[in-house]
Design a protein around this ligand. Sequence first.
Ligand SMILES: Nc1nc2c(ncn2[C@@H]2O[C@H](COP(=O)(O)OP(=O)(O)O)[C@@H](O)[C@H]2O)c(=O)[nH]1
Ligand SMILES: [Mg+2]
Length: 320
Amino acid sequence: MNFKCSHDNCFRDISCAMGHTKRTECKHWAQDSHASNQHQVSGESEAPQSTSDIPWNGRALGTSDFAVLGGRGRPAVVGLIGPPGSGKTSLLAYLYMWLLEHGTLAGWTFAGSWTLGGWESVVQHSRWTSEPPPSFPPHTSSTGHDPGILHFVLRNQETRRLHDVLLTDAPGEWFNQWSRVPDSPASVGARWVVERADALLVLVDTGALSDREKLPEARRATRDLMERVGAQAICQTGVVWTKNDISLEDGVSETIETAAGEFLPAAETMRTTIRNPDTIEECFAWAIGAATARIPMRIEPEPRLSHDPFLALRRSRESL
Ligand SMILES: Nc1nc2c(ncn2[C@@H]2O[C@H](COP(=O)(O)OP(=O)(O)O)[C@@H](O)[C@H]2O)c(=O)[nH]1
Ligand SMILES: [Mg+2]
């Protein structure tokens, strides 16, 4: 059956956004006459089947999926920005593996995720299940306009409050394009990340800077990216030197540090390597702390209109 629904938030692999168990009963269902003729000719049943009975599928979230999160409050968004191959997906894979191993991260306790399937697909290349041994994640696809968004619920150990945290894993090509031509239609995904992030991690690829052939291009791309982030970002920013196990020739890191000081003077500088997962934990502890700090934790209490529980409920319903 062809999937034909006019509702913006209705997708083939999850249940009807309007709550209908049979999609054909929904007013947004729009089966065209050509499709229905085809079904009659082929003898196929007209009754559509959804592949899931619940409104999410566990994979990385797209921007249309935020409705499932919105009820609990505004999630904190951590945006990872960096050229292709700078180590964004690896950082996320190590973050997930850290949480699997420890269950906590710097004052936060893991309390759930809407994207366990998405996290599993990020780490599947890093697990040692059999031969061949684990390798690094494959290239993150640059097709589409929505970043793949991964989700955690974390509970603050001090306040006991829950926070939804979203982490973007967008393809590096988006950011290269955005740093050169920020208004181009191809930069829409990168703009989405930068405009919505509550904390940004700008990755500096030590591996690319250590390669004599790649150095001129990597240095220019890193500088361009920092300049663009400095001009457009309105949230706290961290500069993350990834692959810190690789050493650089004299003068290379100084050039990038000068650019960071010029364009991102308030940024926090961090260095990570997958050889030492503690460095990755520290990086996300900073990012999650900075992102959640922007979201008020205090909930304003409703005025109490009666001390009788029944009347209190009635009064609050009347005032709706
Ligand atoms: N030496 C070293 N290599 C790393 C490290 N992190 C990632 N890499 C390498 O960088 C490549 C690209 O990483 P990936 O996470 O896919 O980058 P992305 O394109 O930014 O998502 C990987 O395949 C690894 O070869 C690190 O800490 N040290
Ligand atoms: Mg990637």
